[in-house]
Write a protein that binds this ligand. Structure first.
Ligand SMILES: NC(=O)c1ccc[n+]([C@@H]2O[C@H](COP(=O)([O-])OP(=O)(O)OC[C@H]3O[C@@H](n4cnc5c(N)ncnc54)[C@H](OP(=O)(O)O)[C@@H]3O)[C@@H](O)[C@H]2O)c1
Length: 344
């Protein structure tokens, strides 16, 4: 193995470009190849990011390339399982974009193949690689906000032209829950530290049968609750709030924290006048700022390299990914979103 992990990028769309930019700022990664459906797109991609990298027409050419250790899989959701299985069988490690598959059954099959092939497979929830989230987790573990009681999150954006956008397509396993609700689910499960016992989702569906706006709730053990809104036709604060019995944490930019000065605030509200209990501590507000030093997708690539090259534990484990998909399956069932090959 060379000193730097040699990456082949599969697909040359939106996130593939962001990942390639991040990779250039990583400590242990190097772009060595990219593959597209067309030669023109593959060549334009490598010209932009690294002219020395191979540019292939056809994704399978990437699997045959001896200069590639790991595949970054940036294809539409419904193609994740097929190409992850092929890449693992070809002896490549895979960092697969979120959500890792259409559903939990597919995700389970993918991790079984990773085990059989003896290769690393990780779902690309990049936000978890940012030290902002490590700092928040430390503060919670130290008791800064007491015991978590509730979490609320949002992740929304407005797409002006849904025509041809994979997110609005049922055949591409699209929808707001799959595209961005998956972050809200992952965040809540991660910080609460267990799996929801019951979930509910209410959605606005498009004519193709995928949710374009969803509000969801998740009920965890000890009656800890999480709620979220995700949507592709509206604006929202896209913030996260972790509420405990001694205070709460506000995270203004949880999903794509900036490289420098990523912040969160530790807060405490005003004690209510009707509380006849012992005098509670007064209000507090303390902002914490975190510098990552590297771009978000570079941090993600370096975390992945540590798993492959040092045997480190992945930031997002197989268990985490499969449980996240199980929760998404249950939320989609509640919302009435069914993909091809799934039972109604
Ligand atoms: N982690 C993140 O921050 C993040 C952000 C956005 C998206 N994502 C995930 O990344 C994946 C791709 O999203 P994206 O925003 O990059 O999408 P995109 O811009 O539409 O790119 C998808 C690429 O997949 C390839 N492709 C193959 N078959 C296709 C088909 N039938 N329709 C459309 N594209 C096809 C195309 O690449 P070629 O033409 O080169 O073959 C296309 O450029 C999704 O799973 C999404 O959930 C993650």
């Amino acid at each position: 193995m060379t000193e730097r992990l040699r990456w082949g990028i599969m697909g040359t769309g939106n996130i593939a470009n962001q990942f390639a930019q991040g990779l250039a700022g990583s400590s242990r990664g190097q772009l060595t190849a990219a593959a597209s459906r067309t030669q023109a797109s593959a060549s334009a991609f490598t010209d932009k990011h690294d002219a020395k990298a191979h540019a292939f027409e056809g994704y399978d050419r990437l699997l045959d390339c001896a200069d590639v250790d790991a595949i970054y899989l940036a294809l539409p959701n419904h193609m994740h399982m097929e190409w992850t299985l092929k890449a693992l069988q070809a002896g490549k490690h895979v960092l697969c974009e979120k959500p890792i598959a259409n559903n939990a059954d597919q995700a389970t099959a993918m991790f079984e193949q990773a085990k059989t092939s003896g290769k690393v497979l990780v779902e690309a929830f990049m936000y978890r690689s940012h030290p902002l989230h490590h700092a928040i987790a430390r503060h919670i573990a130290e008791g800064a906000i007491g015991k978590i009681q509730a979490i609320r999150t949002s992740f929304c954006f407005k797409v002006n032209n849904p025509e041809g956008n994979i997110r609005f397509s049922r055949a591409c396993a699209g929808g707001a829950l799959m595209d961005i609700g998956c972050y809200c689910v992952n965040f809540s499960r991660h910080y609460i530290g267990s799996e929801p016992q019951a979930v509910h989702a209410t959605s606005r569906l498009n004519d193709d049968g995928v949710d374009i706006l969803t509000s969801g709730t998740m009920h965890f053990a000890d009656d800890v609750l999480a709620s979220f809104t995700c949507g592709m036709t509206l604006h929202a604060d896209n913030a996260a709030y972790i509420c405990g019995d001694e205070g709460y944490i506000t995270i203004p930019i949880p999903w794509k924290p900036p490289t420098e000065k990523a912040t969160y605030t530790l807060n405490r509200g005003t004690p209510p006048r009707m509380d006849k209990g012992a005098a509670a501590a007064g209000p507090m507000s303390k902002e914490v700022s975190v510098d990552a030093g590297r771009p978000l997708y570079g941090l993600e690539a370096d975390d992945f390299a540590a798993v492959v090259m040092d045997g480190a534990s992945p930031t997002i484990t197989a268990q985490d990914t499969i449980a996240n998909m199980q929760t998404l399956d249950a939320l989609r069932e509640s919302a009435g979103v069914i993909f091809d090959g799934e039972q109604a």
